[in-house]
Design a protein around this ligand. Structure first.
Ligand SMILES: Nc1ncnc2c1ncn2[C@@H]1O[C@H](COP(=O)(O)OP(=O)(O)OP(=O)(O)O)[C@@H](O)[C@H]1O
Ligand SMILES: Nc1ncnc2c1ncn2[C@@H]1O[C@H](COP(=O)(O)OP(=O)(O)OP(=O)(O)O)[C@@H](O)[C@H]1O
Lengths: 220, 220
């Protein structure tokens, strides 16, 4: 299990610290606001007050020896940038940061953070929501680069009682059904039979390009 | 295309308004802070100042006639809750809200918002990150309920040059490879051949239960 430094206890930092602790990682949670630190003393085994802009403070927290540091202060760009700079200087193997704008992301990339280690939850979720806005059929989606996505789809009324073979989604909509979940049983079947009838209690996992998925999501 | 009311221009609201406009939806963006409204006058066709706690203000914005309203004020719970209440009373067909805590979510559900219409980006992304922390192999994931997830995996060193048949992931790790992307060509192949050799430029799309995927992510 990894030792993780979580810097900043806003909504992202707190949820991260909780989930990491639940996965048995060793977590040190940090915030500059003493009221916040005290609020979380009971919940987190190790939570301390420190200003992450301060290199000395980070070193004395033992930053040098952690496996991963997560800079979870999104809206104070100065603190975020300084902390990332110091953590890289202290040799932390992996530095992850929550960013609050495209510029913030560019700056941290320039400092040497890996693009995959820069997270922008508000933008990612806003984009996903925008694509599902005209329909609740598309329940969730995962963008896959190159314009592909995988989505979970509640079957539109016109699909119910038909077979995958009949629906012929690959030819008619240029998308691929990669799995079907029978929500009554609760398992995902990754090798769906072309002759199985679609039920309204099914969920379809579908791979395709975004425009084709948007079209699919709009079907009644 | 839909008419969408975006209430609150924080990071989530702004990114949402932008993506909706890019998808050709008709967007009315709203914030109570005049400085913010003025800042976005150039970028958004329709942006106005209003206090979303105020039912009259919402009605005069034309809230009654929109297809979707998104309450994107996460950290002011009172404004968020009052706006949701009013929007439901004004008969808006779909009301979506960004929530900032589990309690906030419960309250809005009690007001009649659909659970699928409550988004909590900071928590969702924190949870996803927590699961990928010990490895960069798992590049992204989409939780699928019932403990299932679908993940994009960069092949570990020990997979390179082997066939799916040899790797036998289904029997050895209880996971299913649903597609392989050849990143050199840029397309996803949803019917991967059992005899194709895995290249380091491939990406695997894998369906499985979370503990099995975590194990897979830890493979060297
Ligand atoms: N220099 C600093 N050192 C340590 N903690 C800090 C520093 N500056 C801000 N913080 C703390 O970081 C936390 C998160 O900051 P902030 O709320 O600005 O970020 P955010 O990205 O908007 O948060 P959220 O995760 O809720 O979206 C706050 O609790 C704040 O006290
Ligand atoms: N009563 C209100 N009426 C209209 N706009 C409001 C009201 N209260 C707050 N806002 C605006 O909503 C925006 C977002 O609010 P806030 O930053 O508190 O939410 P957030 O969830 O933390 O945002 P983010 O999307 O950045 O995470 C701010 O620009 C603020 O001016």
């Amino acid at each position: 299990m990894a030792s993780v430094l979580v810097l900043g206890l806003g909504r992202f930092g707190v949820n991260l610290a909780r989930e990491l602790a639940a996965l048995d990682h060793q977590v040190l949670a940090v915030d500059s606001d003493i009221a916040i630190v005290n609020h979380f003393k009971e919940e987190f085994a190790d939570v301390v007050q420190a200003d992450i802009k301060d290199m000395e403070a980070l070193a004395s927290l033992g930053a040098r020896d952690v496996d991963v540091a997560v800079v979870a202060v999104g809206s104070r760009m100065d603190a975020s940038i300084l902390a990332c700079l110091h953590l890289k200087e202290l040799g932390v193997p992996r530095v992850i940061a929550k960013v609050s704008s495209a510029d913030h992301k560019k700056i941290l990339e320039a400092l040497g953070l890996d693009e995959r280690d820069l997270v922008y939850p508000e933008r990612d979720m806003a984009n996903r929501l925008a694509h599902t806005l005209t329909t609740r059929n598309i329940m969730d989606s995962l963008p896959l680069e190159e314009g592909y996505s995988i989505v979970t789809l509640a079957p539109p009324a016109s699909f119910i009682g038909k077979t995958l073979k009949l629906l012929d989604l690959r030819r008619r909509h240029n998308v691929q059904v990669v799995a079907i979940k029978d929500t009554l049983i609760g398992t995902w079947n990754p090798v769906p039979s072309p002759d199985a009838l679609i039920k309204d209690s099914d969920q379809l996992l579908i791979l395709g390009q975004e425009e084709d998925l948007d079209t699919l999501g709009g079907i009644k």
